[in-house]
Design a protein around this ligand. Sequence first.
Ligand code: GLN
Length: 210
Amino acid sequence: MKPRIGVLALQGDVREHLRALEECGAVAVPVRRESELADVDGLVIPGGESTTIEKLLRAFDLWEPVRERLRAGLPAYGSCAGMILLADHVVGGTADQTTLGGLDITVRRNAFGRQVDSFESDLAFAGVDGEPVHAVFIRAPWVEDVGPGAQVLAAVGEGPAAGRIVAVRQGGVLATSFHPEVTGDMRVHRLFVQIVRDALDAEPGHHGKG
Ligand code: GLN
C-alpha cells in the first residue's frame, strides 16, 4: 500500500514536493484543512516564509491540529522555512515568531548572510547513499545548536559556511535547510517516504505492506 503524504499547501513550493513524493511511491495530497490533515500518514512543510506560514496555519485553524499530530508522532519533513517551523527554538526570527516544534534544535533564520543569500553546495548526507547531494540554499536557516534528541545528517563542507549543520533528524521528523525538490534528485524525498513507511509498519494493527 502506498503511504499517503500531505504537503502543507498554504504558501511555498508545494507542487514540486507533491511531484517528488509521487515519484518516490507515495500518494501526495495538498493539506489546507483539518480534515485533510487527519487523513495523512506524513506531512511535508515546504519552503516559503516561516512567519507567513505560521500566520496562515493559525488563520486556517491548523496550528493546534498540526502540533497535536506532531506530538502524537506524525512523521514530518521540513525544508527551509519548514525546518524553522519544526525547530523547538529559533534565533534571528521576528519578536513574536513561534514554532510548531518537534526537533530538539535551535535554528538561525536567514543565517547565511547577504553575500551568500542563495548558494549551492554538494553535501555528504547520512542515510543517502551514492554521490553527494547537490543542495540549493535560498535565504536558508542553519542549525545553530543540536540537542541530545536530534541527529545531524549533513553539514556544509566548504566555503564561508563550512561546518554549518543543514540537515537533521529526530525519530520520524526530518529537516533540511535546503530545497531538494528543485534539483530533480529525489533521494531526500525517498528517505522521507521510507521514514513514513517504517512508521506505518511499526503501528500496532497496521497490516498494509508497502
Ligand atoms: N527565509 C525564509 C524564512 O525565514 C526561509 C526561506 C525559504 O524557505 N526558502 O522563513
